[in-house]
Every structure is written in C-alpha cells, then in structure tokens.
Write a protein that binds this ligand. Structure first.
Ligand SMILES: *Cc1c(COP(=O)(O)O)cnc(C)c1O
Length: 426
C-alpha cells in the first residue's frame, strides 16, 4: 500500500466513508482517492509525493490557484490580528462593496459561511418576502444540502441515483416543485398551475452540478418574465458560476437580472464563505432590518474576508481572468482534437473557466438526460487513466471542471500529452 492508501484506510476508521463531503470518496468512479498534502498554483501533491494538474480546485473556489503568495501573506497578516470577533469589521464591508461592484444585481449583501447557507437564506427570504411557501427548482441543479432543496439535485445525488435523501420530511420536499433544466415550457406550466403560491424560482444560471450545461437561448429571460408577472422572486444560485462564467457571473454574461444572488466558492478564495445579495427591497426583509431571521457566529470572518478580497483583486487584474478563459479554450480544443484523432466521440461545454467533458456522439449537451446518456463507463476509464498520468479531475461525470489563472502553458500541455496517451487505451 502507498502512504496515501494507508492514510485513507485510517481515515475510514474515524470519518464516515473517510471523507467530509460525499463525492470525495470516489463512489462514482471506484478506487481510492489520493490523500492531498499540499498545492501550489495549478498543481497539487499527494502524500506519496505524486504531482497532479488540478482541475477540481476545491470544487471551484481557487480561481487564482493554490497557495497564491499574495493570498497566503494576506491571510497571515489577518490571522496575526485575531481570527474572529463576532462584531463589525472593516473587512466585511470591503468584501460586500467589492461584490456590489462586480455583480450587477447586488445592492445589499449578507455574508454567511457556505453556499448551502446562502441558498437556505435566499429561499427563506423569498418565502418571507412574498408570504408564499412554494419554490421551483430544476432537475440536476444543486443548491447545497438544504432539506427542501435536496430534491432532484445533481452531482453527488445524481451519481448515487438517490432521488432525494432519507431524513428530508415529505412535507418539506413537498414545498419544492421541480422542472427539467432548460425547459421553459415546463416552468410556464408550473407557474400556470401554482403561480399564486410560488415564492420564487432558484436556478443555477449555468448548471454546474450535472457537469457544465449552459442555458439555452431564452430560458433565463423566460424565468425573469414568469417571476415578474407572478410577483415571485428570481434567485440565481451563482455559488459556482460567480466570477467564472464571466467576472460578473452568469447574470452579467447573459444580461438577465435576478432579485437575489447566492454566492460562495470564489468569494472565499479557499476559506469558508457564502453570501446572499440582491435588490435592496428584498434584502431589507432580513433581520435586523426586516422580520426574516438569519444569523451566524463566524459570518464575515476576517480571515475568510481577507482571502476572498485578495483572490478577487488578483482575478480583476487586467488580463488575468481572460487568460484563464483562453487557457480553458485551448485545453478543450486540444482535448477534442486528440479524442477525434483516437476515434473517441467527445463533446465539451465551456462557460468561462467552467467546463464539461462528455463521451457522447450527441451534437449538444443541454439537459440532465443528455449528461446521463453519455458513456459514464468510458468516463471512469478516462478519469483513472488521467489520474495515473498526473491529472486530477473531479471523480464523477456529473461534476464540472475548473481552470485557474495559474493554469499556464506547462500545465495545459502536461494535460494534453496525458490525454493523448489515455485516449489511446480507453
Ligand atoms: C457548491 C454549490 C453549493 C453549495 O455550496 P457549499 O459551500 O458546498 O455549501 C450551492 N450551489 C451551487 C450551485 C454550488 O455549486
């Protein structure tokens, strides 16, 4: 056994499944996950000293790569002044102001500790603001492990084929209606049937938890119209798409303005942070200004704020984000070229620095069923082949991949060379 395998065996005797988030256990692809010791830039190193180009990036947050020297030193300065106060700090105001500056629809912000918390808060706020109970979500979209949203929820849930989860009361699940992603007619039907009882719609504007699936033309615009005509709240869950689909998220890219936006991942730069932001009239329903209760001991944590602020500043440096998008383009074009040369049908989706790979003949992958219909067995062989070649992909065909500003020529070339060898044997 390698040291990594030994450590994972030991982990399983203390941690449920050896992990603290289900997908990390490799249930979807089989085998043992490498135990990671450190990361620098685009690369991570496991406990046996093996290096991998990382396209997981902690499932999205590390937009400037691992252990960026400026992020590290900013965190060190912040830690030395104390780790938490439970009181107002300048840093949390700075992060909120930065989010308003970058994300078009955000007028007021509440900072929380995770994307799950952001979505939970947004849904409670939509319900409190409208005085209605029902929420519409889309199949294959994931909004964290919030009880009432753990219905038809993509990635971890889709991989395991669990339609929801035991422990979620039927009454709770019944407050969530679901429709197929990218199917505006289905959403219109839900509004026709339940319109006056719908508090809001929550959607990943580019789906990133069933691999990467952009919206079809008119889908987001149509949801905006439905919410307007029924006084329902439109919630964009941009926990993954924020600062990735474009710097201003999917809403800036597609020009559709939600009432509320959930953020997370990149805004914490690798530390635990989430945020809800949006229209002032809706946000002001939150306590202490409004009646909808919300709180958090560590919310707005100064160390996390520092990591987020520094990461966003680096990402906003001229050319930084655009270079990461170009690297993503080059990677996907190179993979398609090499797959074609090996006679392997491969389709790719790109949304900024997010990407999806599908072993399929289909011309377009635009819904959950398309993703599920791709060759998931070949994906497993590809995944393990790439891992052995020093490329770390997410261990499920239902997870998106991510590129950072640290993914340079060398990292992309290493990946393409590896893929050429792997395509030849899968
Ligand atoms: C990751 C993610 C979440 C949950 O965020 P956590 O920080 O894992 O709680 C919610 N929504 C989307 C779209 C996500 O990708």
């Amino acid at each position: 056994m390698t040291r990594s395998e030994q450590l994972f065996e030991e982990a399983k005797t203390h941690l449920v499944g050896g992990v603290n988030s289900a997908v990390r256990a490799y249930t979807g692809v089989g085998g043992t996950p490498p135990v990671i010791r450190e990361g620098h830039g685009a690369w991570i190193r496991d406990e046996d000293g093996r290096d991998y180009v990382d396209y997981v990036l902690s499932y999205g947050p590390l937009a400037v790569g691992h252990a960026h020297p400026q992020v590290v030193s900013a965190i060190q300065d912040s830690v030395a002044r104390g780790t938490s106060f439970g009181a107002p700090t300048e840093l949390e105001t700075r992060l909120a102001a930065t989010l308003k500056d970058i994300v078009p629809s955000v007028e007021m912000v509440r900072l929380v500790n995770s994307g799950t918390e952001a979505c939970m808060t947004a849904v409670r706020l939509a319900r409190g603001y409208t005085g209605r109970d029902l929420i519409l979500k889309f199949r294959g979209n994931y909004h964290g492990h919030v009880d009432s949203l753990l219905v038809q929820a993509g990635s971890g849930v889709a991989t395991q084929g669990i339609p929801g989860s035991p422990g979620v009361p039927a009454g709770m699940a019944a407050t969530t209606l679901s429709a197929p992603f990218n199917d505006l007619a289905a959403a219109q039907q839900v509004f026709a049937d339940y319109g006056d009882r719908l508090a809001g719609v929550i959607v990943e504007p580019v789906a990133g938890n069933m691999s990467c699936v952009p919206p079809v033309t008119g889908f987001l615009e149509g949801l905006r119209e439905l919410c307007d005509s029924h006084d329902a709240v439109l919630i964009f869950d941009e926990v993954m798409t924020g600062f990735r689909v474009s710097l201003g998220g999917a809403q800036a890219h597609y020009g559709v303005t939600p009432d509320l936006t959930c953020l997370g991942k990149v805004i914490g730069g690798g530390m635990p942070v989430g945020a809800v932001g949006g229209r002032k009239a809706v946000m002001d329903y939150l306590s202490p200004v409004g009646p909808v209760y919300q709180a958090g001991t560590l919310s707005g944590n100064p160390v996390a704020m520092t990591a987020g602020l520094t990461t966003l500043a680096l990402l906003r440096e001229p050319g930084a984000y655009d270079a990461a998008v170009s690297a993503t383009q080059r990677l996907l074009a190179g993979l398609e070229e090499r797959a074609a040369a090996a006679g392997i049908p491969l389709a790719t989706n790109q949304a900024g620095t997010m990407m999806g790979l599908f072993f399929t003949d289909a011309a377009a992958v635009s819904g959950f069923d398309d993703v599920a219909a791709s060759d998931t067995e070949r994906f497993k062989r590809f995944f393990h082949g790439m891992l052995a070649e020093g490329v770390y992909l997410a261990p499920s065909p239902f997870e998106a991949g991510f590129v950072s500003t640290a993914h340079d020529e060398a990292a992309i070339n290493h990946t393409l060379d590896a893929a050429e060898r792997v395509f030849a044997r899968i």
